[in-house]
Design a protein around this ligand. Structure first.
Ligand code: ADP
Ligand code: ADP
Length: 225
């Protein structure tokens, strides 16, 4: 589904990704693991068209997406939930969700999808008229994920979905990710919490200073450590 081959990304003269190669197959949950600064967020941003890739290729469903705009990439079916719960605090939950469906025209289908989203995230249904800024951290993260799902992605990129959340809430975020996969959405995620991420992932890649230093099934990576 996603094939990244030998890509380099530079910030001025700093090399953030160097000859990086990974693959994600349909239906998988794949996790990226690595210390702060390893290049995980840069990789997700490169896939979304938010960073300039100076060498290598990125193919999504057999199509080269390297020179496409971020908006085109969303329309092809890749949604990105960046780190840090970037929701609009002064808009309501419902208004935030509507923004997620901006690329779609069929109003009936959006209403239908909202129903599915609300059954996945009941708390958002209860709070749909509330300002998003009044939600708890965990609820804001759920909203950010729900908004991304309304773009109907085939591939969902999640950057540190559990960051800064209380342990009980972290569990519910991981549960939701598992449910999303059951809807047929493929997931590539970045997690500091490697152990928990591997519990729900099929495979993982370990990054160090911009390159893959290790890869394997979750079982292999969990037993190697
Ligand atoms: P991670 O997500 O694994 O913590 P990042 O992808 O954020 O790593 O960063 C990879 C490297 O690129 C780090 O050395 C970081 O300081 C650098 N970097 C990230 N974003 C920028 C930027 N906008 N400008 C310059 N350097 C950056
Ligand atoms: P993350 O953990 O998601 O990589 P960071 O805290 O590293 O986030 O970065 C937050 C923002 O600062 C990002 O937009 C990133 O591109 C930018 N950034 C990160 N490192 C650098 C850097 N060394 N120089 C300039 N901008 C940076």
């Amino acid at each position: 589904m996603l094939k990244i081959n030998e890509i380099d990304v530079y910030y001025h003269k700093t090399c953030a990704l160097r000859g990086l190669t990974i693959e994600v197959r349909p239906g998988e949950i794949v996790t990226l693991i690595g210390a702060n600064g390893a290049g995980k967020s840069t990789l997700l941003r490169a896939i979304s068209g938010l960073e300039k890739v100076s060498a290598g290729s990125i193919e999504f469903e057999g199509r080269n997406i390297l020179e496409l705009s971020p908006d085109r990439i969303v329309r092809l079916g890749i949604a990105h939930v960046p780190e840090g719960r970037r929701i609009f605090g002064r808009l309501t939950v419902m208004e935030n969700l509507r923004l997620g469906s901006y690329i779609r025209r069929d109003k009936k289908a959006i209403v239908h999808d909202l129903e599915r989203i609300f059954s996945l995230f009941p708390v958002l249904r209860d709070r749909r008229s509330q300002y998003a800024g009044t939600l708890s951290g965990g609820e804001q993260q759920m909203l950010a994920i729900a908004r991304a799902l309304l773009a109907k992605p085939k591939l969902l990129l999640l950057d540190e979905p559990s960051l800064g959340l209380a342990p009980a809430v972290v569990d519910s975020v991981f549960d939701v990710i598992t449910e999303i996969r059951k809807l047929g959405v493929t997931i590539l995620m970045v997690e500091q919490n490697a152990r928990m991420a591997l519990m729900i992932a099929d495979r993982g890649y370990v990054l160090e200073t911009g390159s893959i230093v290790h890869q394997g099934t979750s079982h292999e990576l969990l037993t190697d450590e």
